[in-house]
Design a protein around this ligand. Structure first.
Ligand code: NAI
Ligand code: AKG
Length: 332
């Protein structure tokens, strides 16, 4: 059996972690033959709840879990970790935008960036789930200067999964027949869910989604707003934010980083912009990427018409504003 790897989940006593820890422990992300040592971080008042989570992990009798380290101490949580799921932070309530969480959450990511810098392995892969995810990831990476910026990403996979499911449903096909739906920009209501370059497999042949839908105006209208507002719709229905689907998306995201994307497919994640597609550099912007050897590359050369250009610019503008606010908050 392989040597165990150390994996940290922050916000380990919370809702998303409750589903995510089980997926990790079953081998769904790092492989069914990869033992793991789980580092579980939460805040001191949650240590009692976390103790209950640890009891449940034990009672699941999972052979791949060879150690569990529950803690409220950053130096313990991040010590020698190779993968970090940064979930711990406050979720929004009904009526709030995700960026309203910036003042509550960004300093958590500053402190945890500093701790990653000091204690984690330099090849650690860090994915940020806690909202506002893109800007939290940007600030986390800025406060971890000894870790390559490319090792940080923020999750827009839940939006991608939602978009893929919506397209499959509209076409009446299975989810895995739809490929290459893209989420551009921020994990917020300004994101641009784009199925204009997506494809669907029908009868062994690949067809463009707009063609398969006879250029249905739905693709540029209701599809976009439904995906943009899906998180808020779940909150309105559940009175709590998405958790099972968020955990599944976090697992999908890290699994792609670990194992790479399948040939001919790309996935969306927020990564540091290098100016591709006219997006300002130094923003954590969701792009279509391919991944090999645990390194991502932004997919180049996709057609961007005036409609898509306007959508990309709106979401980039929001990220620029968030970045400015975050930098100011972290200087306080
Ligand atoms: N990027 C995405 O697609 C999604 C992001 N989210 C975000 O994920 C975050 C977590 O959501 P839930 O698990 O539902 O929330 P939750 O409230 O159930 O759990 C959050 C946990 O984080 C802990 N926490 C708070 N501050 C912490 C700190 N400084 N260090 C470590 N742990 C800390 C809390 O004590 C709590 O146990 C929220 O910000 C939410 O908005 C949720 C769904 C999707
Ligand atoms: O919408 C939120 O603020 C919390 C959960 C989330 O980010 C989502 O469901 O997309």
């Amino acid at each position: 059996m392989a040597e165990p790897i150390r994996v940290v989940v922050t916000g380990a006593a919370g809702q998303i972690a409750y589903s995510l820890i089980y997926m990790l422990s079953r081998g769904e992300v790092f492989g069914y033959d990869q033992p793991i040592i789980l580092h579980l971080l939460d805040i001191p008042p949650m240590m009692g709840v976390l103790e209950g989570v640890v009891m449940e992990i034990t009672d699941c009798a999972l052979p791949l879990v060879v150690g569990v380290v529950p803690t409220a101490d950053l130096s313990v949580a991040f010590k020698d970790v190779q993968a970090a799921f940064m979930v711990g932070s406050m979720p929004r309530k009904q009526g709030m935008e995700r960026k309203d969480l910036l003042s509550a959450n960004v300093k958590i990511f500053k402190a945890q960036g500093e701790a990653l810098d000091k204690y984690a392995r330099k090849d650690v892969k860090v994915m940020v789930v806690g909202n506002p995810a893109n800007t939290n990831a940007l600030m986390c990476s800025k406060y971890a200067p000894s870790i390559p910026k490319e090792n940080f990403s923020a999750m827009t996979r839940l939006d991608q999964n939602r978009a893929q499911a919506a397209v499959a449903n509209r076409l009446g096909v299975r989810i895995n027949q739809v490929k290459n739906v893209i989420i551009w920009g921020n994990h917020s209501s300004t994101q641009f869910p784009d199925a204009l370059n997506a494809t669907v497999e029908v009868g062994g042949a690949s067809k463009s989604v707009p063609q398969a839908l006879n250029n249905d105006p739905w693709l540029k209208e209701e599809f976009v707003t439904t995906v943009q507002n899906r998180g808020a719709a779940v909150i309105a229905a559940r009175k709590m934010s998405s958790a099972m689907s968020a955990a599944k998306a976090a697992a999908d995201h890290m699994k792609d980083i670990w194992n790479g994307t399948a040939p001919g497919t790309y996935t969306s994640m927020a990564v540091l912009s290098d100016g591709s597609y006219g997006v300002p550099a130094d923003l954590m912007f969701s792009f279509p990427v391919t991944i090999a050897n645990r390194e991502w590359k932004i997919v180049q050369g996709l057609p961007i018409d005036d409609f898509s250009r306007a959508k990309l610019d709106i979401t980039a503008k929001e990220l620029l504003e968030e970045k400015e606010d975050a930098v100011a908050l972290c200087q306080d």
